[in-house]
Ligand binder design. Structure first.
Ligand code: FPP
Length: 228
């Protein structure tokens, strides 16, 4: 089983809104419960020995949501990052951010810079927060960096080396909650050989047991990378 443990899991955390709606609560209550699930999942991933955990926290498309929901999400993110930075120090987690800085407020940028800076020496689980993230934008960003460096012809390795976080390996397993079964502009380049796990569980209900179910499913699969 340990042999079949992914090094890197990426999660599309979906279903906060429906979780809140089912309880006749405002959408933001769903996001708050989602932030609790984030904490539980980080703990659980560390416990089972995952080395990299990428979490899709805010996509470039999420800016089209109502402004009060965006403000609430950003506020929640700031609060979570404030407590997370202390927690990360205690538990030896490292935080990385994947995404564009464009459109993010100074308050958010200050917090992410502080969290990244303060945890960079930590050697335990790396939590890579996909924030203001879009995979097509990431690929274009990589190509533009290569053009700026004067490249006339590029290789796949060049693209990989110029993604937002080149030190993060490709995810062996991508999980999406809430019954939706699509990638939604997440890790398009890195997902070339990823296994997918879809669960109807809504993100605020995700926990260590649900993570274990995904890991059990992954452990039973044979990855052939195009071979036989
Ligand atoms: C999808 O639910 C979730 C998001 C758009 C944001 C993810 C945010 C969190 C899990 C909480 C905050 C995160 C951190 C890192 C503190 P949805 O709103 O699309 O749900 P729906 O599809 O049911 O409407």
């Amino acid at each position: 089983m340990a042999n079949n443990l992914p090094l890197h899991i990426a999660i599309i955390m979906d279903g906060n809104g429906r979780w809140a709606k089912n309880r006749r609560l405002p959408r933001l209550a769903g996001h708050r419960a989602g932030a609790e699930a984030v904490k539980r999942t980080i703990e659980a991933a560390q416990q089972v020995g995952i080395k990299f955990l990428t979490l899709y926290a805010f996509s470039t498309e999420n800016w089209s949501r109502p402004q009060d929901e965006i403000d609430g999400l950003m506020d929640l993110l700031c609060k979570t990052l404030d407590t997370y930075t202390d927690e990360a120090q205690k538990k030896n987690y490292r935080l990385l951010i994947s995404g564009s800085r464009e459109k993010l407020s100074t308050a958010v940028l200050q917090r992410i810079d502080r969290a990244v800076q303060n945890t960079m020496q930590n050697t335990g689980l790396t939590v890579n927060l996909a924030l203001n993230y879009g995979a097509r934008q990431e690929i274009v960003h990589a190509v533009n960096a290569l053009i700026a460096a004067g490249k006339k012809e590029i290789s796949m390795e060049d693209v990989s080396a110029n993604l937002y976080q080149p030190q993060v390996p490709e995810p062996e397993l991508i999980i999406r909650t809430s019954g939706e079964e699509r990638l939604s502009n997440f890790l398009l380049w890195q997902a070339a050989y990823s296994e997918f796990y879809f669960t109807p569980v809504l993100w605020p209900d995700f926990n260590a047991q649900e993570l274990q179910k995904a890991l059990n499913s992954y452990a039973q699969r044979t990855r052939r990378f195009g071979g036989i």
